[in-house]
Design a protein around this ligand. Sequence first.
Ligand SMILES: *Cc1c(COP(=O)(O)O)cnc(C)c1O
Length: 482
Amino acid sequence: MSKVTYFSGETFPLEMHKVRIIQKLSLLPIEERLKAMESAGYNTFLLQNRDVFLDMLTDSGVNAMSDRQQAAMLLADDAYAGSATFTRLHDKLKDVFGMPYFLPAHQGRACEHILAKAYIRPGSVAAMNYHFTTAKAHITELGGEVVELVIPEGLKVTSQFPFKGNLDLAAFEALVAERGVENIAFLRMEAGTNLIGGQPFSLANLRAVRAACDRLRVRLVLDASLLADNLYFIKAREPECADLSIAEIARAMADCSDIIYFSARKLGFGRGGGICVRDERIYRQLRGFVPMYEGFLTYGGMSVREMEAIAVGLDETLDEDMINQGPLFINHMVRELEANGVPVVTPPGGLGAHLDAMRFLDHVPQTQYPSGALAASVYLASGVRGMERGTLSEQRDPDGSEPLSHMELLRLALPRRVFTLSQVNYTIDRVRWLYANRRIVGGLRWVEEPEVLRFFYGRLEPIDGWQHNLVAQFRSDFGSSL
Ligand SMILES: *Cc1c(COP(=O)(O)O)cnc(C)c1O
């Protein structure tokens, strides 16, 4: 992707790939979207994909593959053990990260399961810049505790700070002193910190974290699922790294880590995952869990076709012309929304644009789920499906009370290489319309609230029937237009 300056003087992202296989989409009229939203219980997870125009729920497993990846999939070598495909993927990972050992797993959370099994006991502490849902679930399931040490700037919705995913080193040292190093299972650094808006950490911060880990004798685990965006941001935002290649930055990050794991549903445009390890002793600690939970050591639950696609996809991740596609589209979306007064998380991160529902719907109390209401109303206004990241995504406490999330976000994910700029511009337009009409949108209340993972399956309804007023306003503003 290049950023080109137009004759008008404006700068726009320009795709450095062309589309060679397409999938037809449909954009339903708003009345049909309303029916689809009602049958989905005002929960975007329950929408049928055929009713969705642009699916911005997630980047997981929905990034577009290249011609080279598809070609490589035909060469896949099927074998239970000793497959040449595994060797090709392993060689590619050695090449990228410089770590000799690789344990394949079926996706990112499977790696988290293995690491938790190996290192978490009741009373263990896993320190991290910020948690990810599945990482935390595996740790707490085994009686461990997650302590988040992101710098305070990381939790500010709007900021100019380029590396909101940085770890607070003083807080880390204090934690180790307080709990004792023997209770610290590991320090986990998440690249492209997912739940706070796809925000990166800097290479300088990671190097300082490494030095602290050496001094304190703590294991450093890198969650590289969202590595691609973090690599790009280091190159673009960290002046000392401007002259390094993306491959050199990847190696420098790996050199700071003892263990790297990733979801290949995000990294490498494929589906799968795995753990890279430098030290043979650590490799032996983890190895036994792979045949037990995942599959034999040369596939770990992945198909050989997916492994071929990941090996090629890793090359494409390091491609200087390709790596910035997601971040530049997201930057365009965030800056356009911001320029039009729509509240968004800044600076733009990776993964997607994040709307700040707390300000967008500042008349809707948190107990009426502003991010959920925003997700539902963006779908009504546009056919675009986003993901609620706020109070709905929290669990109730054992006494039934409801913790309020400290951010109320709607994530509009931009899977890599999938959407065109005109589709992004359409989304911006409809979000702007919704913002102009935000007072029409009200809150949601439960119709059916599951006890676990309520945001996946729960059903809700609008309070006071605001959805009908929104449809009427849309018709009056857009006539018969979709
Ligand atoms: C998605 C994700 C995971 C989990 O990966 P899955 O393949 O979905 O199991 C772990 N960490 C981060 C940062 C992620 O974004």
